[in-house]
Every structure is written in C-alpha cells, then in structure tokens.
Design a protein around this ligand. Structure first.
Ligand SMILES: Cc1cc2nc3c(=O)[nH]c(=O)nc-3n(C[C@H](O)[C@H](O)[C@H](O)COP(=O)(O)OP(=O)(O)OC[C@H]3O[C@@H](n4cnc5c(N)ncnc54)[C@H](O)[C@@H]3O)c2cc1C
Length: 389
C-alpha cells in the first residue's frame, strides 16, 4: 500500500491550486451573488487539460488517471463548488459514458470535443417524476425506421441551458418487466428538432452552474446515436454513476477543505472573552472533527479512484466515498457557519455560500438515503455492490 502521490499527481495539484487561486477565488463571491456562469473560466480549465485527466491520449486526454482527476476536482471545488459540475458533464459521466460504451464513430465525434469544451455536455437521467428511482423514467423513444422518436422531459439537468450534445436515458420498451431492462441510452444534440431547453433559476446554491429542463416533443434521433445496445441503458447509467461519484466525492472533499480553511482563519482572528475563539475547546472539537472527517473522506475517495485506475469495478467503494464525503462536507459547512457566529449568516464571508453549496452533495448522484441503502444491502448480503479484487 502506498499513500504517496506521484510527482505527476503533485504537479497536477499545484497547477489546479494555482489556477483556483488566480482565476477563481478573486471572482467567486461576485459570481455567486450575481448567479453568473463564467464560460471563460471553464474554457481555461479545458485548456489546462483539467477535464481530460482520466482519458486516453488518443481522445485528447492526458491519461493521468482518476486519482489525478479527483485531485483536480478537489482543488477547483475548494475554490468554487459550482465548477464541479463540469467535471461530470465534460469528463466522468457524459464523455466517459461515450468512451466506455459508444461506437468508434461516436467516440471520434464527441469525446475529444467534450473534454476540450468545444461542446458542452449533459448526462440526463432525472425526470419530473423519477430521480432516485431511475427505472421508473417515463420519457420514451419509439422506433421509426432508421430513427427513434423521443417524447418526455428531463428535469434538473446540469448544463441543459448551455448544452451542445450529451447522453439521455429513455424507455425504449415501457412494458418490459423488470422495468429497468426497457431503458436505452442515446446521444442527443441541441439542434435536433423537437428538443427545447428551459433554465431552472433561483437555486439554493451552485449559482454559477447552469441547470435546466430538456423537453422532447417528437424529437427524432438517428439509430446510430444509440449508445451500447437497446435495453442496456440502465447498466450504462449505473456504471456512469460509479465514475460520477468519484467526481462528486472529490467536490465534497474540496468544499469540506474550504470550510476547514475558513474556520481556522477565523478562529485565529476573532476574539471573545479576551481570547482567540480557537482557544475554546468546543471550537477546537469542531476543527478536529472537520479535519479528521475530511481526511477520512479523502482516503476513501482516493481508494475508489485507485480502483478505477486499475480497471476494477468500484460500485461499493465509490458509493462509500460519495456517502462519507457528502455527509462530512455538510457537517463541516454547518460547523463553519457556527464558528463564524452571526457572520456565518452573512454573505460577507464565504461560509454561507459553502453551506448552500454543500447541501447538494447529499442529493446528486444518489442521495444519502440511496447511498446508505446500497451500502447496507451489500453489508446484509442481499444485493452485492462489491466485487472481489
Ligand atoms: C443542481 C442539481 C443538478 C442536477 N444535475 C443532474 C444531472 O445533470 N443529471 C441528472 O440526471 N440529474 C441531475 N440532478 C437530479 C438529482 O440527481 C436528483 O435530484 C436526485 O437523484 C434525487 O432525485 P429526486 O430529486 O427525484 O428525489 P426523489 O427520488 O423523489 O427523492 C426524494 C427523497 O426521498 C428519498 N428516497 C427516494 N427513494 C428512496 C428509497 N428507496 N429509500 C429511502 N429514501 C428514498 C430521497 O433520498 C430523497 O430524500 C440534479 C439535481 C440538482 C438539484
């Protein structure tokens, strides 16, 4: 077992941290306040190769691996959690799904353009009436000659307002039992007739990440846009979540680290009862809890990423990493707000933003209830998530 980062991984961390400090931190408060999506920052991240760490060179990636990807996400998210979404839409869910399951033609057409942000991607599973229960999606794709006709809608889709292309999960056989077997995955493009997009405004947090709905009315998609086989969509979606949870866990670790950084700074500045507030043992207990929890989450994250780097299916490990990281992040954000007292409730300091952003980690890519269920069912031996390695 080796806990040392390689020289390459350390260099990537320096590069991402430097980028975050120079390009993101100076503007994050203003952007969050004005709900501004900074396309330029995302394009610069693509220029730095941040989205291609886990991709082969053949498709424009750097082949540094999933641990490197996690390190980059952690550093960027530590500065601004809104930017975390792009590490799924431009890396671990949308293009990686095409890389893992697509035809050679699909890979050549989309993968490199997505990780370079020449195209903005989406990964659309959730619907107005089905989120956690993916098998119950109602959007259909009906076969018609050489194409499929999609009807229905997708809700809460990251990047929907700015998307160019991406993967969407639909029912191709709504009658089949068990119902997850009737799901298929297609690539859609924004120009396709019958696809409209609507922005979801006024979210609680993640103000700088565009989110929206995709509405399909008789949207015709060519058969060659089918990803994998007909009826294989549920497996593809679950496999995408194994990878997506690495990125989400890394984002949560980054937010938790930001809560630690801010709390330590404030504990050394603020005085009460003639002492620095860091001298109060109850505040020290919070700092200790945040540091220990974040380090534990980070190690679980690196383990899940290590398995992915070694091509080992990591459903249980990425779920545990995501679960612990998101719960730790929310707890750290709550402690940070408490440590800041009344100022924690003000937009004058970053902890209010961290608190609003932290909460999403308990919902996306499998809510904390769902991740608990996966872990418990594996533990009970009722539904295995772990593979032997
Ligand atoms: C900002 C944002 C961005 C998002 N981006 C995307 C995206 O890009 N693509 C995408 O497909 N989706 C996206 N989502 C959707 C997200 O993945 C879903 O919101 C999430 O999966 C939960 O689904 P739901 O909202 O339908 O909640 P529901 O499934 O209705 O769940 C409601 C509550 O019930 C609980 N629950 C449900 N089933 C069970 C169960 N069996 N046991 C115990 N508790 C249960 C849940 O934990 C939750 O607390 C995004 C959401 C947000 C807010």
């Amino acid at each position: 077992m080796n806990f040392f980062l390689t020289e390459e991984q350390k260099a990537v961390r320096r590069l991402a941290r430097d980028f975050a400090e120079k390009e993101i931190l100076p503007v994050v408060a203003e952007d969050d306040c004005s709900h501004r999506f900074q396309r330029e920052i995302v394009l610069k991240m693509a220029d730095h190769g941040f989205f291609g760490a886990a991709f082969p060179e053949k498709y424009g990636g750097s082949n540094l691996g999933f641990i490197a990807h996690a390190i980059i996400v952690e550093e960027i998210s530590r500065a601004e959690s809104s930017l975390r979404h792009f590490f799924n839409m431009q890396a671990l869910t949308c293009p990686l799904t095409i890389l893992n399951w697509g035809t050679e033609k699909q890979k050549e057409k989309y993968v490199q353009k997505l990780i370079r942000c020449e195209l903005f991607g989406v990964n659309a599973m959730t619907e107005p009436n089905a989120g956690s229960d993916v098998a119950s999606i109602q959007t259909t794709a009906t076969e018609d000659g050489d194409s499929f006709v999609i009807n229905g809608s997708k809700m809460w889709i990251s990047n929907a307002p700015i998307m160019d292309a991406g993967v969407v999960y639909v029912k191709t056989d709504p009658r089949i039992v068990p119902k997850h077997k009737g799901i298929s995955c297609f690539i859609v493009e924004k120009e396709m007739a019958g696809l409209t997009r609507k922005e979801i405004k006024d979210k609680l947090g993640h103000h700088c990440a565009p989110t929206g709905e995709l509405i399909f009315v008789n949207c015709r998609v060519p058969r060659e846009n089918l990803v994998g086989k007909l009826g294989q969509g549920f497996n593809i979606a679950m496999n995408a979540l194994d990878y997506g949870r690495i990125s989400v866990a890394a984002g949560a670790v980054g937010v938790a680290q930001a809560c630690i950084d801010e709390s330590i700074r404030y504990c050394n500045e603020r005085e009460a009862f003639g002492k620095k507030i860091g001298e109060f043992q109850m505040n020290q207990q919070k700092i200790a809890d945040m540091i220990a929890g974040t380090e534990a989450a980070r190690i679980l994250l690196y383990k899940a990423a290590f398995l992915a780097d070694n091509k080992v299916r990591n459903t249980l490990e990425s779920t545990i990493a995501k679960h612990v990281a998101s719960e730790t992040c929310v707890r750290a954000a709550r402690f940070a707000v408490e440590i800041f007292g009344g100022y924690g409730y003000s937009e004058e300091y970053p902890v209010a933003r961290l608190y609003r952003d932290a909460i999403l980690y308990q919902t996306g890519e499998g809510s904390s209830n769902i991740t608990s269920m996966i872990i418990a069912l594996d533990g009970l031996g009722w539904k295995r998530a772990k593979v032997d390695y």
